[in-house]
Design a protein around this ligand. Sequence first.
Ligand SMILES: [Zn+2]
Length: 320
Amino acid sequence: MLINLHTHLEGRIRPATAAELAAHAGLPGGKDWRRALQLHKPGDLSVYLEKVAASYPFFGSVDNLSRISCEAVEDAAADGADYLELRFGPATHVRPGMDISAVLRAVCAGVAEGTLRSGMPAGVVVAALRHHDWDTNIAVARAAASQAGAGVVGFDLAGDELRYPRIEPYVSTFAVAKAAGLGLTCHAAEAAPAEAARDAVNLLGVTRVGHGTHIAHDADTMRWAADTGLIIEICPTSNFFTGAIAHRSQHPVNAFREAGIPIVLGDDNPIQTQSTLSQEQRILEHTFGFGPADLQHLDRTSVRAMFAEESVKEFLRIRL
Ligand SMILES: [Zn+2]
């Protein structure tokens, strides 16, 4: 199976759609959008996120949001995925006449259409962003809560952990999402030290952490993560491009496994990294020695960890 539990809407826009929408918006024509959106060498998290932000102009209308979301689901299904959790920060895409709720409804409608067309179940994970102010993030959490059970399955904290490492400012935001019954995750210990993962669990109440690469640098936090049952969403190629690891082969996936820490897989921003989930799975096989039993274990962990409603989990358990 192929279950994607960490991927961003802004990292999945089709280059052909970008070209079409650019022409429509009167942006300079003839640009190679595959190349323009793609990362060419590793940098740090800030450089990586600037590249992701190059896609933002394409999300400026309800129709565009729905179309890009629908195509993201179709493309994941075409890559072989059995389930997709698609995350994004709706406040980024607010425009005059299109508020946070309108943005979120457009994406949920696009994801539902993509599921209808592809037959692959998918859910939306709404992200608060580290650089947004408290009022904005609370509004995002309330919009997410109002769409719980209507497409939204989870809540996340994303953005630049290098520039905004503190977790405390988002405690009340996550309380709103938690009260609505949403699954909780947080990008943590990707650019900040291992301790950030503990803060995400202890202060925000998350059950999953995105990336978590630096957890491997601290033996105490490794033991704590294993004892807690914290699930780490790993994205090896993304971590290479953000500079969290010096080379893909240095990803600590096997250190996590040996420590008894459950892992699930994501492709983060495949348009920017040029590596989809099926390729990330091949990296697990060829670089980290995953055999059929290891992949089966990954599938079982993924079904347990996903924020989907029980009927979707049951559907996938039957297929396991
Ligand atoms: Zn991410």
